[in-house]
Ligand binder design. Structure first.
Ligand code: GLN
Length: 453
C-alpha cells in the first residue's frame, strides 16, 4: 500500500501525511507475533488503514485540513488511534479533509482538494474525501472518517465505497478535534460491508475519557454482516422516507434508489413508505446548531495554545489572536464562526439556536414514530452524484443541500450507513444507498447492507 500511495496519490491528493516507517514498524510487530506463534491482536492485525487528519496522533502531525494547525503534533493519541494501534492495524498516514470537517467536497482543505478516483475532475465528497478516495483508489483497504452531518456517508456514496456513522456516543471522541460536539462521531470506512463491520468492532466501545460516551456493549455488527451476506431479509420491515425522495434530486440517483428498493423487496424485506414531516427542517436546524457549536469549539485556536502564531513583536495579545485567526482559518470556517456567534448572541438565542433545538427534538420524534412501524429506513445517501470541482465552491447553500439526506440521523444521534447502489444511468457516476437505524441498533445496518451489496 505504501508503494501504491507513492505511485498514485499525486493524482488524488488523498493523503496529507504518509507515515511509512511507523506503518512498517507496526506491520513488523504483527509479523513477529505471528512468527512467535502468538495470538494476533485482532482480526485486522496487519491490515493497514488511512486515518482522517482530525484524530490526534503522537507520531504524525494533526492538521484538520487547516493552516492554523500546520505542523502541529499532538502530545497524546486519540482513543481511536490507540485502539487501532492495539489492534495491530498499521496507520499508513493521515487523510485530507475539509477544514475542521466543514464541507461536502474536500475543497475547503487548506492543502488543496482531493480528487475523485472515478473522475479526477470531480469531488470525492466531504469532509472525509481523503479517506474515501484512498479506499476507492486502492491506496488503503480500510479508513477512518468522522460524520457530523454526513462526512462519512456522502464521500462513501460518491466514491462507491462503504461508510458507517455509528450511533452517537459509541465511538470515543477523545482526541477527535471537535467540530460540533453534539453531532460528531468517528466511524469505519471500507470497500465491503464486512470489512467495515470488522473495523467498527475495533473502534467502538465505552470510553470514560469522553463525557458523552455511551456505556453499552459493542453491537454485534460482524455477526450481522455475515448473516446479511446470506441474502435473506425475510421478516425485515423497511421504510422509504417520503421526504427524502424528490424530483429535485439527480434523476440517476432516484432511478438507482428505486431499483435498490426493488432489490430489497426481492431479498424478502417488506417495504412501506413512511413520512417524517419535520425532516424538511433538518437543514435549517443543523446549519444553526453546527455553527453555534463551531463558534464555541474553535475559540481554542487563540494563537497561544496550538499551532500557528502571527506576531510581529509589537502586537497586543488581542491583535495576535485576531491576526492569527484571520490568516489561519479559511473562508467556510470563518463563515460558520460568524453565523454561530450571531445565532448564540443575546436577543437572538431564542429565535435561532433555541428554535433549532426544538426542531431537532421534532426530528427525533419523527424517527421514533417511523421506527414503531419499521426496522430500518432507507433513502439515497446524497441527492447528487459527484459534481465537478469548483462547481459549488462559491455557493455555500448549494453545497449545504448535498447534506439533505444525511443530516436527520446526526440530529437524532442515530446510526446510518452508505452502501454502493451502482452507477447512475444518467452520468455513469457512483450512487449510494443510505440505510438508517435507531440508536444502538447498528447491527441492522450491517445485516441490510451486506444483503444488498
Ligand atoms: N457537509 C456537512 C457540513 O459541512 C457535514 C460535515 C461533517 O459531517 N463533518 O457541515
Amino acid at each position: 500500500h505504501l508503494d501504491r500511495i507513492e505511485a498514485v496519490d499525486g493524482n488524488y491528493n488523498a493523503f496529507l501525511h504518509v507515515a511509512g516507517e511507523q506503518a512498517l514498524a507496526a506491520a513488523g510487530e504483527v509479523d513477529r507475533a505471528v512468527a512467535a506463534g502468538e495470538k494476533p491482536a485482532s482480526s485486522l492485525a496487519g491490515v493497514p488503514i488511512a486515518l482522517k487528519d482530525v484524530f490526534t496522533t503522537t507520531d504524525m502531525p494533526t492538521t484538520c485540513g487547516s493552516k492554523i494547525l500546520e505542523g502541529w503534533v499532538s502530545p497524546y493519541d486519540a482513543t481511536l488511534t490507540t485502539k487501532l494501534r492495539q489492534a495491530g492495524i498499521p496507520i499508513l498516514g493521515k487523510t485530507n479533509m475539509d477544514e475542521f470537517a466543514m464541507g461536502s467536497s474536500t475543497e475547503n482543505s487548506a492543502y488543496g482538494p482531493t480528487r475523485n478516483p472515478w473522475d479526477t475532475d470531480r469531488i470525492p465528497g466531504g469532509s472525509g474525501g481523503g479517506s474515501a478516495a484512498a479506499l476507492a483508489s486502492y491506496q488503503a483497504p480500510l479508513a477512518i472518517g468522522t460524520d457530523t452531518g454526513g462526512s462519512i456517508r456522502q464521500p462513501a456514496a460518491v466514491t462507491a465505497t462503504v461508510g458507517t456513522k455509528p450511533t452517537y456516543g459509541t465511538v470515543s471522541r477523545y482526541g477527535l478535534v471537535a467540530c460540533a460536539s453534539s453531532l460528531d462521531q468517528g466511524g469505519p470506512c471500507g470497500r465491503t460491508v464486512l470489512d467495515t463491520a470488522l473495523l467498527h468492532e475495533v473502534i467502538a466501545g465505552h470510553d470514560p475519557r469522553d463525557s458523552t460516551s455511551v456505556d453499552a456493549a459493542v453491537r454485534p455488527v460482524v455477526e450481522a454482516a455475515r448473516r446479511g451476506a446470506e441474502g435473506d431479509l425475510t421478516g425485515l420491515r423497511v421504510g422509504v422516507v417520503k421526504e427524502l425522495h424528490s424530483d429535485s434530486y439527480n434523476p440517476g440517483v432516484i432511478a438507482s434508489f428505486d431499483a435498490a428498493v426493488e432489490t430489497l423487496t426481492k431479498l424478502g424485506a417488506e417495504v412501506v413508505e413512511v413520512s417524517c414531516p419535520n425532516f424538511e427542517y433538518a437543514l435549517a436546524s443543523y446549519y444553526l446548531i453546527l455553527p453555534s457549536e463551531v463558534s464555541s469549539n474553535l475559540a481554542r485556536f487563540d494563537a497561544m495554545r496550538y499551532g500557528m502564531r502571527v506576531d510581529d513583536g509589537t502586537m497586543s495579545a488581542d491583535q495576535v489572536m485576531a491576526a492569527t485567526r484571520a490568516a489561519g482559518f479559511g473562508k467556510e470556517v470563518k463563515r460558520r464562526i460568524m453565523i454561530g456567534t450571531y445565532a448564540l448572541s443575546s436577543g437572538y438565542y431564542d429565535a435561532y439556536y433555541g428554535q433549532a433545538l426544538k426542531v431537532r427534538r421534532l426530528i427525533a420524534q419523527d424517527f421514533d414514530k417511523a421506527y414503531e412501524q419499521v426496522d430500518v429506513l432507507v433513502s439515497p445517501t446524497s441527492p447528487f452524484t459527484p459534481w465537478k470541482l469548483g462547481e459549488k465552491v462559491d455557493d455555500p447553500l448549494a453545497m449545504y443541500l448535498s447534506d439533505l439526506c444525511t443530516l436527520p440521523t446526526n440530529l437524532a444521534g442515530h446510526c446510518a450507513m452508505s452502501v454502493p447502489s451502482g452507477l447512475s444511468a444518467e452520468d455513469g457516476l457512483p450512487v449510494g444507498l443510505q440505510i438508517m437505524a435507531p440508536a444502538l441498533a447498528d447491527e441492522r445496518l450491517y445485516r441490510v447492507g451486506a444483503a444488498f451489496e
